[in-house]
Each structure stands twice: as C-alpha cells, then as structure tokens.
Design a protein around this ligand. Structure first.
Ligand SMILES: Nc1ncnc2c1ncn2[C@@H]1O[C@H](COP(=O)(O)OP(=O)(O)OP(=O)(O)O)[C@@H](O)[C@H]1O
Length: 331
C-alpha cells in the first residue's frame, strides 16, 4: 500500500460529497482539496460545518456519497477499508484507549494486527513512548486509568504513529486537556512533526491552535465549503472575505505577532547599545513586545542588532501610532 514511504504522501480530494440519509443538505458538498506531501493541514470552522465528516471519509469511517479520494496517487475507495485504516494513523479527542490493556498493548495494537514480531513491537512501543516524552519503564505496563488526561492523549498520539503511517488524521486530539497541558502538547507536537514530516489532517475549533500547528489552514464554512486555504500568515494578512475575517477575530495583529519570529524582522540599528533588554532570534514578536513592555523600553537587543517598536509594528502591518491598541489589548 502507500506506506512504503513512511514520510508523508499527497492526499487529493475531488468533488467529495457526503449526504447523510434523511438530511436536507449534504454535510460535505463537492469539496476539492490538495494536501501536499509532508504538510500539516488544519481544518477549522464552526461546529457542524462538516470537518469530521470530511476527515472520516479519508479513512472510510464514513463512506462518501460521491467523489474521489487519492492518497499517494492510490484510489482510496478501491481499497479494503480495514486494510486502509491500518495504514492511516488516527487520533481523536476521546483518545479511545482500551481500559483493560496496558499502555504497551494499546500502542502495539496496529503493529500486532500487521503481524510484527513481539520483539519488534516492544522496541517500537519504547521508541514511541520516548518520542512523546513518557519514560518507557514507568509507563509501558500501566493501565490507561493510571495516567493523567494529558498523558493519555500522548499515548493516543503514540498509538496513531505506531505503524509509522505516512498519513495521520487527528480530530481535536488535544481537545480534552486543560490550556497549559494543551499548549505543552502542541509545542511537543510541532517539534515531532518537524522530524517526522507526515501528511497530517488536523481538525480543531481553535484558530490559535490552527496557526500554531498548520503549514496550511483550510477555513471551512457549512457543507465543508472552503472559504480560504492558505498559510496561516497569508490568512492573517489577507482574509479572503468577511466570513474568514470574522472567524480570525479582532485580534489578528496579536496573532500575527505570535506567528512571526524576531529573525524575520530586519534589525534597524547595529550594534546594540548596552543595557537594552535582550531577545533571541527565534523568539516571537509577541515575546519581544512583552520584553519591551516589561522593561519600559521601545526597543530591544537581538542577535542581529536592535529591534524597535516601530519596526515591529511595521512588520505586522500596524502603524506605530496605533500602539495603544496593540499594547492594551488582552493578550
Ligand atoms: N451519522 C450522521 N447522520 C446524520 N447526520 C450527521 C451524521 N454525522 C454528522 N451529521 C451531520 O453532518 C453535519 C456535519 O457534521 P460533522 O460532525 O462533520 O461537523 P463538524 O464540523 O466536525 O462539527 P463539530 O465541530 O461540532 O465536531 C452536521 O450537521 C451533523 O449534524
């Protein structure tokens, strides 16, 4: 199947439609979308717009009414659904760990189905537990109820990765955790994906999460119609229409600050004078702004020179005269 290459493969949706019986309108209506190999694409949109249905058609938990799905060039609808699912990682909010199986058995579920030897499964379980920052010796023999919610979600991600699938479908996988755990899981996941380069479809309600994780974001409206499909920076800088602009919300500037790195803004003076607060090149502009505010300074020192408040405003498309708005908004 398409998993000979464990790095991501391209996913193509063509005129994909799902009309649930008895419903007045299709839940997913004629959607065409290309997901490039190795990218993480986030589906965001209001409740009921068809995100989950679109995703579940890709691993055929929901059968399309019409249309085509290709993964790595292969026609998914011509494959055996059970076979297909063993080659697509799937992580969901409810995690769905089997309560009477140990963490190791839960993670080894698909490799076991695929007929791997016990030694190979055991080595893979330890590798994956380490990858999601759970100490193998401490966790492999526990049961799910003996783990916190955040730890269970990490196991859910490890299980989805178990057979090293080129494609992962993730439906609000961090949704059930508190904000601090969630942010931690997101940060870890960004690092992990940089290493793995799977093709991932990630569903969320949370636009902040979409910005943080997505190489691209598909903003969906009812019927899974695509309102905009682009990089987070492009969507923030230039929303396609009022629907997208409303979805992004009023604080697009602050989101852009969070997205841009200090290294992306040219230093305005060089070299740095003594006594200025310092920020690293990979700090976000939001962190740089926080540092300036904390020190009561309108500039800070970066490895490349000096970043001024005015340059920071210019970088996110705000005139520095509008500084009241930026500084006083609730971040
Ligand atoms: N099995 C089903 N039978 C009939 N209608 C369904 C079924 N599953 C979903 N729907 C309907 O299809 C539409 C899309 O649902 P879907 O779960 O894909 O949306 P979603 O964007 O993922 O929503 P949420 O963000 O709330 O999870 C909704 O109107 C929903 O009521």
């Amino acid at each position: 199947m398409f998993d000979r290459d464990t790095e991501g493969v391209r996913i193509e949706l063509r005129s994909l439609t799902k009309h649930y019986p008895g419903q007045p309108a299709p839940a997913v209506d004629n959607v065409t979308l290309d997901i490039p190999a190795g990218e993480l694409v986030v589906f965001v949109g209001p409740s009921g717009c068809g995100k989950t249905t679109t995703m579940k058609m890709i691993n055929r938990l929901v059968e399309p009414t019409s249309g085509e799905i290709r993964i790595g060039g292969q026609d998914v609808l011509s494959l055996d659904p059970d076979q297909l699912r063993r080659h697509i990682g799937y992580a969901i909010q409810q995690v769905g760990l089997f309560p009477h199986q140990t963490i190791a058995q839960n993670i080894g579920l698909v490799p076991n189905l695929l007929g791997w030897t016990a030694d190979r499964i055991s080595a893979r379980v330890d590798e994956l537990l380490s990858l999601v920052n759970l100490e193998p010796s401490a966790f492999r023999d526990r049961y799910p109820r003996q783990l916190s919610g955040g730890q269970q979600q990490r196991v859910g991600v490890a299980r989805a990765l178990a057979a090293d699938p080129p494609v992962m479908l993730m439906d609000e996988p961090f949704g059930a955790t508190d904000p601090i755990t969630r942010e931690h899981l997101q940060n870890e996941f960004v690092k992990l994906q940089k290493q793995l380069r799977k093709t991932i479809i990630f569903v969320t309600h949370d636009f902040e999460e979409a910005i943080k994780l997505g190489d691209r974001i598909a903003v969906l409206r009812e019927g899974s119609h695509i309102a905009q499909y682009d990089t987070p920076a492009a969507i923030l800088a230039d929303p396609a229409d009022d629907y997208v602009a409303n979805f992004i919300g009023q604080d697009a500037t602050l989101k852009r600050l969070a997205l841009m790195r200090v290294s992306e803004v040219p230093a305005t003076e060089s070299p740095a004078g003594p006594g200025l607060p310092q920020v690293s090149a990979d700090a976000s502009l939001r962190e740089a702004l926080d540092t300036m505010i904390a020190h009561g300074a309108d500039r800070c020192s970066t490895p490349a020179g000096v970043l001024t408040y005015a340059a920071l405003c210019e970088a996110v498309g705000t005139r520095s005269g509008e500084q009241e708005d930026v500084v006083s908004s609730d971040r």
